[in-house]
Design a binder for this molecule. Structure first.
Ligand code: HEC
Ligand code: HEC
Ligand code: HEC
Length: 291
C-alpha cells in the first residue's frame, strides 16, 4: 500500500470539502474527537491515482458514499484494468474503513475509531490508550462495555449476527456478478459488438466496485451494517440490470406502478419515506389485484 503524501490534514480537508466547507484547517477547526478518526483515515481510506502524473487522490468531491465515489471516478474516466472475460473497464476499491464508518450510527454518535480499537487501559497508575491495534472483540470489556451495558457474549453475538448476514448477502452478490460476467462473455463469443455490450459492462463496473468496496472494508459490515447491506442489495440489482440489458430489455425502472389517485392510507404521519412506502404499497396491491 502506498501511504506517501497523505496526512490527517489532507483527509480532513477532503472530507470537509465534500460537505461544502472550503479551506478547512484541521489544526484550528477539528475537535479532539474528530482528530482521533482523521488520524486513522490517513491510511484506512480508498483512493485512486489521477492521471497524468498519478497523484494519489481521495475520490470524495461528491461525498463519501460508494455512489459518490463511483461518480467521481466515472467523471475522471478512471480505468485500472479491463476484465479479461467481459472486457469491462474496472476500478479498484481500497480499504474504505473511514468512508464506511462515516455512514454508521457510531460515527453519527461521535464514536471514534480509537474508542473501539485503542480503548483506554491501566498501566501501573497511568491511564493510557491501548496501542495494540486489533479486533475490539478481543477486548470487549474496554472497547464496548464502556458504553453498552450488556454481557460480553451478547455484544459478541450482535457483531457476529451482523457479520453473518453480511457474509451471506456478499456471497449472493458475488454469484450475481459471476452470472453477469458469464453472460457478457457468452454474448461476446456469439459476436456481440462493443456497442451492444457497453451497457452491461457499465453495470458490471458499478456492481463490481460496490461489492469490492464493502469487501475491502475490513469490518465485514460492522462499521455501518445497514449501509453495507444496502450496497450489496444494490450491487445485486446492478448485475440483474446488466443481464437484462444483454437481452435487449430497456433498463427497467424499479419505481412502483402509477400511484396517482391512490389516497394515502389513514394513520398518523410517519417519516416521509414511510409515508411514500405506504402509498406505493396500496398502489402495488391494487395493481396486482387487476391481474
Ligand atoms: C500509516 C498508515 C496507518 C495509520 C495511520 C493507521 N493504520 Fe491501521 N493499518 C495500516 C496497515 C498498512 C494495516 C495492515 C497491517 C497488516 O496487514 O499487517 C493496518 C491494520 C489495522 C488493523 C487490523 C490489525 C490486526 O492485526 O487485526 C486495525 C484494526 C487498524 N489498522 C486500525 C487502525 C486505527 C483504529 C487507526 C487510527 C488510530 C489506524 N489503524 C491507523 C495502516 C495504518
Ligand atoms: C463501535 C466500535 C468501532 C469503531 C468506532 C470502529 N471500529 Fe473498526 N472494527 C470494529 C469491530 C467490532 C470490527 C470487527 C472485528 C472482528 O471481526 O474481529 C472492526 C474491524 C476493523 C478492521 C479490520 C480488523 C481486522 O482484524 O481485519 C479495521 C482495519 C478497522 N476496524 C478500522 C477502523 C477504522 C479506521 C475506524 C474509524 C474510521 C474504525 N475501525 C471504527 C469496531 C469499531
Ligand atoms: C463511546 C460509546 C460507544 C462505544 C465505545 C461503542 N458503542 Fe456501540 N453504539 C453507541 C451508540 C451511541 C450507538 C447508537 C445507538 C444509541 O444511540 O443507543 C451504538 C450502536 C451500536 C449498535 C447498533 C448498530 C446499528 O447500526 O444500529 C451495535 C450493534 C453496537 N453499538 C455495538 C458495539 C460494539 C460491539 C462495540 C465495541 C466494539 C461498541 N458498540 C462500542 C455507542 C458506543
Amino acid at each position: 500500500m502506498a501511504f506517501a503524501g497523505r496526512s490527517a490534514h489532507a483527509v480532513a480537508r477532503a472530507l470537509k470539502a465534500s460537505q461544502g466547507i472550503q479551506n478547512y484547517d484541521v489544526n484550528t477547526m477539528a475537535t479532539r474527537q474528530e482528530m482521533r478518526s482523521y488520524v486513522c483515515g490517513q491510511c484506512h481510506v480508498t483512493y485512486y491515482f489521477q492521471p497524468p502524473n498519478k497523484r494519489l487522490t481521495f475520490p470524495w468531491a461528491k461525498g463519501l458514499r460508494v455512489e459518490d465515489i463511483i461518480a467521481v471516478e466515472d467523471e475522471q474516466k478512471i480505468k485500472e484494468w479491463d476484465h479479461p472475460d467481459s472486457g469491462a473497464g474496472l476500478i479498484k476499491a481500497r480499504h474504505p474503513e473511514f468512508e464506511m464508518w462515516n455512514q454508521g450510527v457510531h460515527a453519527r454518535s461521535g464514536v471514534a475509531c480509537a474508542d473501539c480499537h485503542m480503548p483506554y487501559m491501566r498501566q501501573g497508575g497511568l491511564k493510557i490508550s491501548d496501542h495494540q491495534i486489533n479486533s475490539p472483540l478481543l477486548k470487549i470489556n474496554r472497547s464496548c462495555q464502556t458504553c453498552h451495558h450488556f454481557p460480553e457474549e451478547e455484544l459478541k453475538a450482535r457483531v457476529e449476527d451482523i457479520q453473518d448476514r453480511f457474509f451471506n448477502l456478499r456471497n449472493t452478490a458475488l454469484d450475481a456478478l459471476v452470472d453477469l460476467i458469464e453472460d457478457i462473455k457468452a454474448e461476446k463469443a456469439k459476436g456481440a459488438t462493443d456497442a451492444q455490450l457497453a451497457a452491461a459492462r457499465t453495470y458490471q463496473r458499478k456492481g463490481q466496485f460496490m461489492i469490492d468496496f464493502v469487501m475491502s472494508e475490513n469490518s465485514m459490515g460492522f462499521h455501518a451494517p445497514q449501509e453495507a447491506t444496502r450496497i450489496l442489495g444494490d450491487a445485486i440489482n446492478q448485475c440483474r440490470l446488466g443481464q437484462l440489458s444483454l437481452h435487449g430489455a430497456p433498463a427497467p425502472s424499479h419505481n412502483p406502478p402509477n400511484i396517482e389517485n391512490v389516497p394515502p392510507s389513514p394513520g398518523p404521519a410517519a417519516s416521509p419515506a414511510k409515508q411514500t412506502m405506504k402509498q406505493e404499497k396500496s398502489a402495488t396491491v391494487a395493481q396486482l389485484h387487476q391481474h
